[in-house]
Ligand binder design. Structure first.
Ligand code: BGC
Length: 802
C-alpha cells in the first residue's frame, strides 16, 4: 500500500516522447530536479545536469565513482566495533562551465529574455542538448546551442560543444570556459539522513597544474583518503574571428577566455574536451601526464567522432536492453507514450550508473547526486544485477569481481565483529563499513547472502562456472562460515539467527528474520554444493582454495546441517510466514490516523516509536517470495502478500517494483499495474519528493524487473527460465531481449500469446507456464497461448462457451 500523498508528478513538464526528455521552458523551481533528471554519466564519471553558465544551481555535482574523502565518525557514546570512518563521494572539479557575454552583457538564464528554450536528454544519442534564443538588452538575438556527453566508449572523457550564432546583428562575444575545484557545497536540509555529508573546508588540495595553449590541467589530492585527481580541459574553436584567447589557471580555478568577433548568421563553436583521471598511488606529475594524454586523444578524435561512438554504444545498448511496451491508457497512469518514455528513462540511468563502473560498485544514486554518500549497498546485487546479468553480463561480472576485491576487508570485519568467515559492509566505498547507524546498517547481515544470491544467478545464467571456481568459491566459503558462526542451535535443534535486521529497516535487531534466514540457507547450501563440485571437477583448484581458506571438510557438513535446520518462523494461526519471531506480536501501526504528510515515517517519528509497531519500510517477506519462489506454495504467497502489503508504507523506493511483481504473480493485476505506474515514475514523477538528491538506481533496476519478472512472469531460480505471463489487457505488447549464456532470446508477449525467438546461439530450453519450449537454430521461434486470464477482463463469448 502506498501511504504517501500521491505527489503531482512534474512529469507534465516533459511532454511524452519515446526517446527523449524534453524541457520546453526554463523553470527555476525545478532546477535541482532537472539536474538529476538531465544528469549524464558512464559509471565512472557523472555530471549533474547543471546549466553551462554555472548557475542557477540547485546542487552542483561532478562525481567519479569511488573517489571519496574519509572522515572520523564521532559517536558521543562510542561502543566497540562501530564503524569508525565515514566515506563520502567527492564533488570533484567542475568542468561544465562555459559563460557567454555578448556586447559585454552576461547570459544568465534567470534574467535573460528568452525567445526560445529547449533542453533535451536524448537517450538514443546519449547527449544532453540545449537550444536557446536570447534577446540581449540591446535587442540582439543570439542562438545558443550546446551539447554535452560523457563518453561510454572512453570512460575518462567528457566533451561539450557550445555554438553561438548572432541572428540579427554582429557583436563581439566573450566565451569563458572554466573549471572550478572546491565549488560551493551542496545544500541539504540537515535532517534527512539520506543526504550526503557536507564538508566544512576544502576537500580537494591543489598539488600541481599545467597550462599550455588552450589547455589546463589541475591536480588535487584528498587529505585523508589520499586519493589523487587530475582533471584537464582543452579547447578548439570553429568560426568567428579571434581577437584574443587567454588560458590561465590558479590552484582551484582555470579559465580559458576567448574574445571573438561574431558576424550575423555565422556560427561560432567552442569545443571543450574534458578528461578525468584518478588514482590512489600515482604521483601528481604522472596524473597530469595521464590527463594530458587522454586530452590528446579526445582532441584528435574530435567531437564528431565522440558523438558517433556514443550513438553506436547507445544503439547496441537499446538493441539488447530495451523494454518495448504497447499500452492502452490506464486510469491513474500517465499516457502510454509517457510510460514508454519513463521505462526508457529508468533503463538509461541504470546504464549510465553501471556501464563503465568496472573496478567499482554501483552507488545507490549512481553518479547523479551525493545522497547516500556515493555508497554501495545491497541495491546492486538484488535490484540492479538482474538487468545487467541479462543485458550486459560483462558488467554484472565486474560488479561481482568488485565484491571479491573486498573479501580480505570483509574477513577482517568479521573478526572485528567476533565472527568467523567474512562479513561484507552494509554500505561502503572502499570496503570498510561506513554505516554509522548499526541497527539499520551493519546488522543487515543479509547483504552477504544477497551477494551470494547474485553470484549464483550470474553463474547459472551467464554459464560462467570458471568465475564460480575462481573467485566465487572463496566468497562462498567465507560467507558460509559467517552464517555458521552467527547462528546457534536452540534447545529443540533449530538453527537460529538472532539480532539481525532484514531488508525492512523499520524492524531492527530482530530474531529469525525470515528473509535473512531463507537467504542464509541458500548461501550455506550453495557453498556446500560448490566445494563438493569443485573437489570432484577441479581437484587442483579445490586444493588451492583449501590452502587459501584453511577449509576443513567437517565445516561443509556443518553448513548443510545448519541449512537443513534453519529456522524460518511461521505463524500457524494466520497461516503466513512471520517476518521475524516477534513481528506479529507487535501492535499494528495506526495507518488510519497517521496523515499522509507524516510519511516517510523516518523523517517524523523517533526510531523507537517506529520499531514498536507492525509497520514495514520496504518489501521483506514479499521480496523473499520473488527471490526464492520455490520456498512458498502459491496459496501462501497470496496470504503473505495480503497480510504484508497493507503494512508496507512505501517509504522506500525499493518496494513498489517488488510489490508489483508479486501482485502480478498472485493474479491481482489491478494492483500490479498500480504499483508498476508508481515504480516506473519513482524519479520522473518524483514520488518520494527527493529526486533533487539523485536518481534511485535500485528502484530503476526494479523497473526492468517488474516488466520481466512481473508481467512476463520470468522465474529463473536454478538457472531454469520459466515464464508465467501475467499480461493485463491494457498491456497490448511487451517485448525485451535476454542474454542467456551465449544465446540471445527475444520475448514478445501479448495478452493472449507469447512468442519466444532465439536470435543467436545454440539450443535453448525454457518453460512457458508448465510447458517445455525448445528453441534451436532450426526452430528459432515458438508461440504459445497464455493460459492466465485476467479476471477483470471477462472472457469472450467463445471462450466462455469453450
Ligand atoms: C533502503 C535500503 C537501501 C538504501 C539505499 C534505504 O532507504 O532502506 O534498503 O539499500 O536506501 O538505496
Amino acid at each position: 500500500m502506498i501511504h504517501h500523498p500521491r505527489r503531482q508528478p512534474p512529469l507534465h513538464i516533459y511532454p511524452p516522447h519515446e526517446w527523449a526528455l524534453v524541457e520546453r521552458e526554463f523553470m527555476p523551481e525545478f532546477v535541482s530536479q532537472g539536474e538529476t533528471i538531465f544528469a549524464l554519466g558512464n559509471g565512472y564519471l557523472g555530471m549533474r545536469g547543471c546549466f553551462e553558465e554555472g548557475g542557477p544551481i540547485g546542487q552542483n555535482g561532478t562525481f567519479i565513482n569511488g573517489f571519496y574523502e574519509s572522515w572520523p565518525i564521532v559517536y558521543p557514546e562510542a561502543a566497540y566495533g562501530l564503524a569508525s570512518t565515514g566515506q563520502t563521494i567527492v564533488d570533484v572539479t567542475d568542468t561544465k562551465i562555459i559563460k557567454l557575454y555578448v556586447d559585454d552583457e552576461v547570459f544568465w538564464l534567470p534574467h535573460a529574455r528568452l525567445l526560445h528554450f529547449e533542453r533535451r536528454l536524448d537517450m538514443q544519442a546519449g547527449t544532453l542538448d540545449r537550444e536557446v534564443v536570447w534577446e540581449t538588452p540591446s535587442g540582439k538575438h543570439v542562438s545558443i546551442k550546446s551539447r554535452r556527453l560523457v563518453s561510454m566508449a572512453h570512460r575518462h572523457i567528457a566533451a561539450m560543444s557550445f555554438q553561438v550564432t548572432l541572428l540579427n546583428a554582429d557583436a563581439p562575444i566573450v566565451l569563458s570556459s572554466e573549471m572550478i575545484a572546491n565549488g560551493p557545497s551542496p545544500r541539504t536540509n540537515g535532517t534527512d539522513p539520506r543526504q550526503g555529508k557536507v564538508f566544512s573546508g576544502k576537500v580537494l588540495h591543489a598539488e600541481q597544474r599545467v597550462v599550455r595553449d588552450h589547455r589546463m590541467v589541475l591536480c588535487h589530492t584528498t587529505a585523508k583518503s589520499r586519493m589523487i585527481l587530475a582533471c584537464g580541459v582543452d579547447h578548439r574553436l570553429d568560426g568567428g574571428e579571434i581577437l584574443s584567447w587567454r588560458t590561465e589557471a590558479a590552484e582551484d580555478v582555470g579559465r580559458s577566455v576567448l574574445n571573438v568577433e561574431a558576424r550575423q548568421g555565422k556560427p561560432v563553436t567552442l569545443y571543450k574536451y574534458i578528461a578525468y583521471q584518478t588514482s590512489r598511488t600515482a604521483p601528481p606529475e604522472e596524473m597530469c601526464a595521464r590527463a594530458e594524454r587522454t586530452l590528446d586523444r579526445a582532441v584528435r578524435m574530435e567531437f564528431g567522432t565522440l558523438l558517433d561512438e556514443q550513438r553506436r554504444f547507445l544503439d547496441a545498448f537499446w538493441a539488447g536492453s530495451d523494454i518495448e511496451v504497447a499500452l492502452r491508457s490506464v486510469p491513474g497512469c500517465p499516457s502510454p507514450t509517457a510510460m514508454q518514455q519513463a521505462i526508457r528513462f529508468n533503463l538509461f540511468h541504470v546504464m549510465q550508473a553501471s556501464a563503465r563502473a568496472e573496478q567499482n560498485g554501483i552507488p545507490a544514486k549512481g553518479l547523479t547526486g551525493q545522497a547516500y554518500e556515493g555508497h554501495y549497498f545491497w541495491d546492486t546485487e538484488i535490484y540492479v544485477l538482474p538487468f545487467l546479468l541479462y543485458t550486459a553480463p560483462q558488467v554484472a561480472k565486474h560488479v561481482l569481481r568488485f565484491r571479491y576485491s573486498l573479501l580480505d576487508m570483509a574477513r577482517k570485519r568479521a573478526r572485528e565483529l567476533n565472527q568467523k568467515g567474512a562479513m561484507f559492509p552494509w554500505r561502503t566505498i572502499n570496503g570498510e563499513e561506513a554505516s554509522a547507524y548499526f541497527l539499520a546498517g551493519t546488522a543487515q547481515y543479509h547483504i552477504n547472502a544477497d551477494i551470494i544470491y547474485a553470484l549464483k544467478k550470474y553463474v547459472e545464467i551467464a554459464d560462467d562456472v570458471e568465475f564460480l571456481f575462481d573467485e566465487g568459491a572463496e566468497m562462498l566459503i567465507e560467507t558460509a562460515r559467517l552464517w555458521q558462526s552467527l547462528g546457534f542451535y536452540s534447545p529443540d535443534g533449530r538453527f537460529c539467527l538472532h539480532g539481525v535486521t532484514g531488508p525492512d529497516e523499520y524492524n531492527v535487531l530482530v530474531d529469525n528474520n525470515a528473509y535473512t534466514s531463507l537467504m542464509a540457507r541458500e548461501n550455506l547450501r550453495y557453498a556446500a554444493a560448490c566445494v563438493e563440485r569443485l573437489r570432484g571437477e577441479r581437484p587442483d583448484r579445490f586444493e588451492r582454495v583449501v590452502h587459501k581458506t584453511g577449509l576443513r571438510w567437517s565445516e561443509v557438513s556443518e553448513w548443510s546441517r545448519a541449512a537443513d535446520r534453519m529456522y524460518v518462523p511461521y505463524d500457524q494461526t494466520r497461516d503466513i510466514t512471520a517476518q521475524d519471531s516477534h513481528f506479529l506480536e507487535q501492535e499494528r501501526w495506526d495507518f488510519e490516523h497517521v496523515p499522509p504528510d507524516k510519511y516517510p515515517l523516518l523523517l517524523f517519528f523517533h526510531p523507537l516509536t517506529i520499531y514498536r509497531y507492525q509497520v514495514i519500510k520496504q518489501a521483506d517477506v514479499v521480496l523473499a517470495m520473488l527471490l526464492l519462489p520455490h520456498e512458498f506454495p502459491p496459496d501462501l504467497k497470496r496470504r503473505n502478500f495480503d497480510y504484508y502489503d497493507p503494512l508496507t508504507t512505501g517509504d522506500s523506493s525499493l518496494s513498489p517494483c517488488i510489490q508489483s511483481i508479486l501482485a502480478a504473480e498472485i493474479g491481482d493485476l489491478d494492483k500490479a499495474i498500480d504499483y508498476a505506474c508508481v515504480a516506473t515514475l519513482i524519479d520522473l514523477g518524483d514520488v518520494g519528493g527527493n529526486v533533487k538528491d539523485g536518481c534511485h538506481i535500485a528502484a530503476m533496476g526494479g523497473v526492468w524487473m517488474l516488466y520481466v519478472y512481473g508481467f512476463a512472469g520470468l522465474r529463473d531460480y536454478g538457472g531454469r527460465l520459466r515464464f508465467a505471463p501475467r499480461m493485463p489487457a491494457s498491456l497490448e505488447k511487451l517485448r525485451f531481449r535476454l542474454i542467456v549464456g551465449d544465446r540471445l532470446l527475444e520475448v514478445e508477449m501479448e495478452p493472449a500469446v507469447s512468442t519466444y525467438h532465439l536470435c543467436r546461439g545454440r539450443n535453448l530450453l525454457l518453460w512457458h507456464e508448465d510447458k517445455e519450449v525448445r528453441l534451436s537454430p532450426q526452430t528459432p521461434s515458438v508461440t504459445m497461448p497464455n493460459t492466465f486470464r485476467w479476471t477483470a477482463e471477462p472472457p469472450s463469448a467463445e471462450e466462455a462457451a469453450a
